[in-house]
Design a binder for this molecule. Structure first.
Ligand code: HEC
Length: 106
C-alpha cells in the first residue's frame, strides 16, 4: 500500500509555492505563510495576512480532512475565498502535500 510521502509532497508543493512560503518566519506572498498551519484555526496562520471574512468566518480547523477538501477545491469549502486556485485533482498528490505541511508544523 502506498502511504503519504512528505518528501514527494515537498516537490508537489511547487504548485502552492507561487503564492505560499512555508519556512518559519518567511514573509507572506500572494497567500499567507503556511508554516505550522496543520491543526490551526482557519484564517489565523499569519498574523499579518489580509484574510477574507469568508475564511475567518468559516471557523473550522486545518486537520487532514479539511486540508484535503480545501486543496481539492478551495471555493467549495469556503465560497468567497480569495485563494483562486484550480485545485489538486489527485488524492495521492493531496495526501503527499498534507504530509509535507504536517512536517512543517512539528
Ligand atoms: C494563486 C495563489 C495561491 C495558490 C496557488 C495557493 N494558494 Fe493557498 N491561499 C491563497 C490565498 C490568497 C489564501 C487566503 C484565502 C482567504 O483569505 O480567503 C490562501 C490560504 C491558504 C490556507 C489557509 C491558511 C490559514 O491561515 O488559514 C491554506 C492551508 C492554503 N492556502 C494552502 C494551500 C496549498 C497547500 C496550496 C497548493 C496545493 C495552495 N494553498 C495554493 C493563495 C493561493
Amino acid at each position: 500500500m502506498r502511504v503519504a510521502d512528505a518528501d514527494a509532497g515537498a516537490r508537489k508543493f511547487g504548485v502552492c509555492a507561487a503564492c505560499h512560503r512555508v519556512a518559519n518566519g518567511a514573509p507572506d506572498a500572494g497567500g499567507p505563510n503556511l508554516h505550522g498551519v496543520f491543526g490551526r484555526q482557519m484564517g489565523t496562520n499569519s498574523r499579518r495576512f489580509g484574510y477574507t471574512a469568508a475564511l475567518i468566518g468559516a471557523g473550522g480547523r486545518w486537520d487532514s480532512a479539511m486540508l484535503d477538501a480545501w486543496i481539492a477545491d478551495p471555493r467549495k469549502v469556503v465560497p468567497g475565498t480569495s485563494m483562486l486556485f484550480v485545485g489538486v485533482p489527485d488524492p495521492l498528490d493531496r495526501a503527499d502535500i498534507i504530509a509535507y505541511l504536517r512536517r512543517q508544523t512539528d
